[in-house]
Ligand binder design. Structure first.
Ligand code: ADP
Ligand code: MG
Length: 681
């Protein structure tokens, strides 16, 4: 996201920036004064108090000030060389002088920058070698006499990302000069979130802080504004979408009632609430754009079915797109099971097959279920009124758009079982209305999760057999399809053969992504029908597979899976009334891996797991960089800033309520444009 506090002054506005510096700045993309002010410090050094020279290695990085008393330059043959300086602590102990050695390899020009007689500031992590304390490749600055020394000493000093050709000291001086000359009006906020907000003061606090608290306060100010702008964009887009005229459907509910009565269970409170929200949206002539968020097993399919029945009774068609063949097939079976008795015509379209319930359907299908084939196989919809997208994060924005455009302003319901913290939802799904299934259907068996480090195969086998004897079924998941020379992990293909031998008397199937679709289907159907009791698989079983009789999930090399994946895998069990077991096997070698697996042991709550995932990996990793709007945020910390994020969202909502067209805020209005600019999810 482009920063809107940018001053567009040219370098010329700063007197005395040498042409050489201008070139260096341009080379890293800094073209104007605002870009330099935007070059926020990477870290700070509090040079009011330096660390004492350490007596031993083992601590973290230190910031030292001392005198260079010796330097040695050595060639190691060829182009290899190293340069070493010995730095002595000043004003230290009279009885013992502390020294530390700094070394640089293959940087032959360094002896010209720092040598005996220089006073230096060092930053780095000491280690011990040959009885000496050494910092390899420290960050350093040579202290110079001069008028600007006040910028570099006796204060909290900013340390910037390097700009090749401009040493830290000069960079610091340039930034200082920019700030001194900056016209506060040129960086005034587009929208004053806090009355009397002083952007220039905030920039001072970021670059040359009086205290670390001041910097943090400034960061929060930038974060609040950044998120506010993002939310104005998101809400603007939502408004533009809602302003279109869609269809009003779902007035008649006879079919829905009939469906309710045919179910052997009651919908959960959360399901009922979500259906109500969907009904209201569909009746509203504005197009529906709703996200149904619910943990694995929370019963999203049934909410989707209700919505689709409403569309059907209004005379429209409804389509459901699923990310895999297996899932599409499963939905197809579920839909046929529940809806054919009501006389609803259901069809399946995947790359591999086209099928319709009563093969020759009398009339066009009312409900079409499929994979990507729905958008690529030229399916001719007659009157597509509702589009449902399952596991929406598996589809790109354009794929979602393509299906939607096959209808005339259809209502849209997207579903996801990937729980993400509410603060993130506001961003990546901020333009959708959200229904949450926060309640699991009653009568589910308990799930026990156990972490086992280097267990004996015989014991694992014994446990599997016990469950099979009880009549249950099991998933045995492996990270790889086939053995690989470079990756040390077990593979489904090889282990499958071993399990066949170990589990004589039971059918052991193999399922992985490299199998032809028909074969996957066949194995899946056999597992569903309990003709196969054990499924040795890769993560193809991760998403949505629903076999209530399976109560055992054993994940091998579990440390190789992400938290979200593990949560999905565990969601395959605990779907029937039986007590279920999720057993995570690991070699215990990686401490990060163990930390991750312990999270799984501790909680079943998808939202908690998502939060841990975010903490361990950061939002970019968790959501993928494609989810723009997230990766561009520079100041917002999704875990620490939750209150601030809500506040910014509320402010954005309030603003658009009061001034829906942003007439009073031309600069904001210009920023949001036609609402197409910011692609989210
Ligand atoms: P999700 O798609 O959210 O993972 P599903 O819609 O596949 O969940 O439902 C999971 C399982 O729970 C299915 O076997 C379904 O038949 C069952 N189910 C759904 N809603 C209810 C309910 N209200 N009461 C009992 N069982 C339910
Ligand atoms: Mg509508």
């Amino acid at each position: 996201m482009e920063n809107h506090w940018k001053s567009t002054d040219e370098w010329a506005a700063l007197e005395g920036v040498p042409a050489k510096d201008e070139e260096s700045l341009n080379a890293v993309g800094m073209r104007m004064v605002g870009d330099l002010l935007d070059w926020f410090p990477r870290r700070y050094e509090d040079r009011r108090h330096f660390d004492a020279f350490p007596a031993a290695a083992g601590g973290g990085a230190v910031c030292l000030r001392g005198m260079v008393i010796d330097s040695i330059k050595k060639r190691l043959g060829g182009k290899r060389s190293f340069y070493e300086i010995v730095v002595e602590e000043q004003g230290g102990n009279i009885l013992s002088t502390n020294t530390i050695v700094c070394r640089w390899f293959n940087m032959p020009f360094l002896h010209r920058m720092v040598a005996a007689g220089h006073e230096v500031i060092l930053y780095g992590k000491p280690k011990e070698a040959g009885g000496r304390l050494i910092i390899d490749h420290p960050e350093f600055e040579v202290v110079k006499e001069g008028e600007r020394n006040l910028l570099h000493l006796e204060r909290i000093v900013p340390v910037y990302r390097n700009v090749s050709g401009i040493p830290q000291r000069r960079l610091r001086e340039l930034v200082y000069r920019c700030l001194e000359n900056l016209d506060g009006a040129s960086v005034a906020p587009v929208y004053e979130l806090v009355p009397g907000q002083d952007r220039k003061a905030a920039l001072w606090a970021v670059h040359f802080p009086e205290s670390m608290e001041a910097t943090e306060a400034a960061r929060r100010e930038f974060a609040r504004e950044e998120f506010f702008i993002l939310q104005v964009n998101v809400l603007w887009r939502r408004k533009k979408f809602r302003d279109q005229s869609g269809r009003s459907q779902g007035q008649k509910t006879a079919l829905l009632k009939e469906f309710y009565e045919s179910l052997p269970f009651d919908l959960t409170g959360a399901q009922k609430r979500s259906v109500k929200e969907v009904v209201a949206d569909m009746r509203d002539p504005r197009p529906m754009n709703r996200l149904l968020q619910g943990d694995v097993g929370s019963g999203k399919t049934f909410v989707a079915m209700c919505a689709m029945l409403l569309a059907v009774e209004s005379g429209a068609q409804a389509a459901l797109m699923a990310p895999t063949q297996i899932l599409a097939e499963q939905h197809y079976l579920t839909f046929r099971k529940w809806l054919e008795p009501l006389g609803v015509r259901v069809a399946l379209i995947t790359g591999a097959k086209q099928e319709s319930g009563t093969l020759e359907l009398e009339g066009a299908p009312q409900i079409v279920i499929g994979t990507h084939a729905l958008i690529y196989d030229n399916v001719a919809f007659e009157n597509l009124g509702l589009v449902v997208i399952d596991e929406q994060h598996k589809f790109g924005v354009s794929q979602r758009g393509r299906l939607i455009r096959q209808g005339v302003m259809p209502d849209v319901l997207v579903m996801t079982a990937t729980p993400i913290p509410r603060t993130l939802t506001l961003t990546i799904y901020g333009d959708l209305d959200v229904s949450v299934l926060d309640e699991l259907p009653a009568g589910r068996g308990k799930i026990v999760t156990a972490l086992r480090v280097k267990p004996k195969v015989s014991e694992v086998g014994k446990f599997v057999k016990e469950q099979l004897t009880e009549g249950r079924q099991a998933y045995l998941v492996y990270p790889l399809v086939e053995e690989s020379g470079s990756v040390k992990a077990q593979s489904a293909t090889v282990e499958h053969e071993k399990w066949v031998k170990r589990l004589k008397g039971y059918e052991v199937g193999l399922l992985h992504g490299k199998m032809p679709p028909e074969e996957k289907d066949r194995v899946m159907a056999q597992f569903r029908g309990n003709e196969v009791q054990v499924l040795v698989a890769t993560t193809v079983v991760e998403v949505g597979v629903d076999v209530p009789n399976a109560n055992l999930m054993i994940v091998h090399n579990a440390e190789r899976f992400g938290l979200a994946q593990l949560h999905q895998l565990r969601g395959r069990i605990g779907r029937g009334e039986f007590k279920s077991y999720c057993i995570l096997l690991t070699d215990g070698k990686s401490s990060e891996g163990m930390e991750k697996l312990e999270v799984m042991e501790r909680t079943l709550d998808g939202f908690k797991i998502a939060e841990e995932d975010l903490r361990l990996r950061g939002p970019g990793e968790v959501l993928g960089t494609a989810q723009s709007g997230i990766s561009d945020l520079r100041f917002v910390d999704y875990l620490a800033d939750t209150a601030l994020i809500r506040e910014a969202r509320d402010l954005a909502e309030g603003l658009l309520r009061e001034d829906p067209e942003l007439e009073g805020w031309p600069r904001l209005r210009e920023m949001v444009g036609d609402g197409e600019g910011l692609e989210v999810s």
